[in-house]
Write a protein that binds this ligand. Structure first.
Ligand SMILES: *Cc1c(COP(=O)(O)O)cnc(C)c1O
Length: 398
């Protein structure tokens, strides 16, 4: 079976992990700050806070920005549930902005309309979490100009987009956001097994997030609020969590970061091959990559037009039967039973619904080659043609 995504682990990674295992530090050693520094360097941001998942990073980013009960956070419905859950952990509510059909990212004009409506009804969000779907950055300059007028803070969920660029600037620079979050889960671009990172250019936010990732405890003598009892002394200042990344994971992250550019180049090569082979097929449309964007291609997604729901499922089943683990990213978050129970009156969003009825995720990972891509493209085209014939035959009978 060709999986839809797969980690890339080589001998250098194994060497990095074993040497960290043989060192004196397994948890809070030198590799975590080294990995943080390497990533701020790579992204051209000022601060990085390594944590045990992107989910944790999103949670502490929301808390650091003051999200709490009574607040609302907006995000994309076309994402993994973690993009929305982080707000609910803080006691806030979530609402969703419709997407653009051709990119799967938040639609700027839908956002403009929703903001002006929310302002008139006194329901502006405190934070918006744009998701860089499949590895393509949202139009961050436009998004940031728009939300700034309403004093809305921005957390980029860049779980898919480490190694991507927006206007030639690395995603993670935080030029147009308060915080940017990466995931290092094995299915993403680079991995630390489980792991995540929150980047920011704001020292105060970075400090808050550092405190929150480790129980709300500080060892910094300058921050103590009581007289120091002795050399063992530390203080807990707020309710934090154990969200730390460990030193073994950070060692792997450092080693993976060395080949990030190469991995993303390889993904782009594979995506170009797909795009070329689908050519001008009138029903199978690859996602549109905007001129401002260099995608990291975490996912390779096509939309298949003109199919019934049952045919859409047929195609994904048939691909799997032929050894191609096709998938669908994502089920709109508001359709999840947890969210539809919590928000029974939520309105389905038109582009999100249409996108969900057409999207198929095809395999992409660095070890694939031309023959895999050709096989997948030919198989999919044959399946779509077969589904069309079935429809035509039925039309003739009726
Ligand atoms: C994977 C993913 C997450 C969660 O990442 P973890 O590191 O597994 O917590 C959050 N948001 C998006 C968009 C993701 O794809």
């Amino acid at each position: 079976m060709i999986p839809y995504g797969k980690q890339h682990i080589d001998d250098n990674d194994i060497e990095a992990v074993t040497s960290a295992l043989r060192s004196d530090w397994l948890t809070q050693g030198p590799n975590v700050p080294k990995f943080e520094a390497a990533l701020t360097d790579y992204c051209n941001s000022s601060h990085a806070v390594a944590v045990n998942s992107a989910t944790s990073a999103l949670h502490i980013a929301c808390l650091a920005l003051g999200v709490q009960t009574g607040d609302t956070v907006w995000t994309s419905p076309n994402s993994f549930v973690a993009s929305a859950n982080c707000a609910i952990y803080c006691g806030a509510d979530v609402d969703f902005v419709d997407i653009s059909l051709t990119t799967g990212n938040i639609c700027i004009s839908a956002l403009r309309d929703k903001l002006s409506f929310a302002e008139r009804h006194g329901k502006l969000p405190k934070v918006i979490i744009p998701v860089h779907f499949a590895g393509q950055s949202c139009d961050m300059q436009k998004l940031s100009e728009l939300v700034k007028k309403y004093n809305v803070k921005v957390i980029e969920d860049a779980s898919h987009a480490v190694g991507a660029k927006y206007n030639d600037i690395p995603v993670g620079s935080c030029q147009y956001s308060d915080v940017c979050v990466f995931s290092f889960h094995p299915v993403k671009i680079i991995t630390t097994l489980e792991g995540g990172m929150a980047l920011t250019n704001n020292a105060e936010l970075a400090n808050k997030m550092r405190l929150l990732r480790s129980h709300g405890i500080t060892n910094n003598l300058l921050e103590m609020t009581s007289k120091v009892h002795g050399p063992w002394y530390y203080e807990q200042h707020q309710l934090g969590f154990n969200y730390r990344m460990n030193d073994i994971e950070a060692a792997l992250g450092l080693s993976q970061l060395n080949k990030l550019d190469r991995l993303v180049q390889q993904r782009n090569k594979l995506a170009d091959m797909y795009n070329r082979l689908f050519g001008k097929h009138k029903q199978i449309l690859p996602l549109n990559i905007k001129e401002y964007s260099y995608s990291s291609y975490h996912l390779y997604v096509v939309r298949i037009k003109g199919l019934e729901q049952i045919q859409h499922a047929h195609i994904i089943n048939a691909l799997r039967e032929q050894g191609i683990f096709a998938h669908l990213h994502y089920i709109p978050i508001y359709k999840q039973p947890y969210f539809s129970a919590k928000y029974p009156n939520i309105e389905p969003l038109p582009n999100t619904e249409k996108y969900y009825s057409e999207a198929v995720t095809l395999p992409i990972y660095p070890e694939m080659d031309e023959s895999h891509i050709a096989y997948i493209v030919n198989t999919l085209i044959a399946l779509v043609d077969r589904e069309n014939n079935i429809v035509n035959v039925q039309d003739n009978i009726e």
